[in-house]
Write a protein that binds this ligand. Structure first.
Ligand code: CP
Length: 305
């Protein structure tokens, strides 16, 4: 593959190969000298039109650990603010001869469009409510390392599924690897017709959590709601927030995940987020490894590789 635009289009073998490569990257990242030279001489541009803590910093570290020159484009202080379009911005950056552009954009499909306009490899770091492929890969890596497998696990994805690119990429990936995926949320935050994806749908959280191996919480994405979400935060937490009491509905060895950023007391309690069953910090570590794996895999398809 020349780009990574989504999990859609990857085969189970592609996914497994990336996860195997990411396991190696974890080992590199745990050494004192955390470097490999696979991307030496290559230029990587991170172009983020939406805020990010985890994705942008881990793509930067991943590129640097592989020896690339990494440039973080500061969109907030760029000519985007003067009205330059996405395509003109992409064409401008393309003229500087990058090898890889990592893009996050608020519109679904924007990254696909950009990929058609540039000569380099493009990685989707999140496009609107569409896909966030490296998040799903890092979640799968975290699950595989803790449970030893993905096939046959019951994974409950809970909360604001409607606005979540993380949920979408995870549903595609986890099902491709044989997990049984459930989605849980208020009906107003579940995409109409979500059953078509082959997931089990629950609007009662306790029922949906029963016998779950993995409980994956999602952030309530109020910035994508245009004020249309009515219930109070307190009410939302009461019915759909994960606390210790609701978590007891899942298997005793269930593990809890959250892609971040977390809203404590909205979709998850601090007791659970910081508790013994939480994998949230480990997900962040796996994020760097997965992004190293993706950058390395794309590098093998770069011209003159
Ligand atoms: N999970 C995730 O994408 O986090 P950021 O928005 O901080 O990158």
């Amino acid at each position: 593959h020349r780009h990574l635009l989504g999990i859609e289009g990857l085969s189970p073998l592609d996914i497994a190969a990336l996860l195997d490569r990411a396991d190696e990257a974890v080992e590199i990242s745990r050494q004192i000298e955390k470097k490999r030279a696979t991307l030496r001489g290559r230029t990587q541009i991170n172009l983020f039109f939406e805020p990010s803590t985890r994705t942008q910093s881990s793509f930067e570290l991943a590129g640097k650990r592989l020896g690339a020159d990494v440039m973080n484009m500061s969109v907030a202080s760029s000519s985007v603010k003067k009205g330059e379009t996405l395509i003109d911005t992409a064409a401008t950056l393309n003229a500087m001869r990058p090898d890889i552009i990592v893009v996050r954009h608020h519109q679904a499909g924007a990254v696909h469009l950009l990929a058609r306009k540039v000569d380099c490899a493009v990685v989707n770091a999140g496009d609107g409510a569409h896909e966030h492929p490296t998040q799903a890969l890092l979640d799968a890596l975290t699950i595989r390392r803790n449970k030893g497998r993905i096939e046959g696990l019951v994974v409950a994805i809970c909360g604001d599924v409607l606005h979540s690119r993380v949920a979408r990429s995870n549903i595609i990936l986890l099902q491709a690897l044989g997990a049984r995926v459930r989605v849980i949320g208020p009906s107003t935050l579940l995409p109409p017709g979500i059953e078509r994806f082959g997931v089990e749908v629950f609007t009662d959280m306790r029922a949906g959590l029963k016998h779950a191996d993995i409980v994956m919480m999602l952030r309530l994405q109020r910035e994508r709601m245009n004020g249309s979400f009515v219930p109070s935060v307190k009410e939302y937490f009461r019915y759909f927030g994960l606390d210790g009491d609701k978590l007891r509905e899942a298997r005793p060895d269930a593990l809890v995940m959250h892609p971040g950023p977390m809203n404590r007391g909205v979709e998850i309690s601090s007791e659970v987020a910081d508790g013994a069953q939480s994998l949230i910090r480990e997900q962040v570590e796996m994020g760097v490894a997965v992004r190293m794996a993706v950058l390395e895999a794309l590098a093998t398809h770069l011209p003159n590789a």
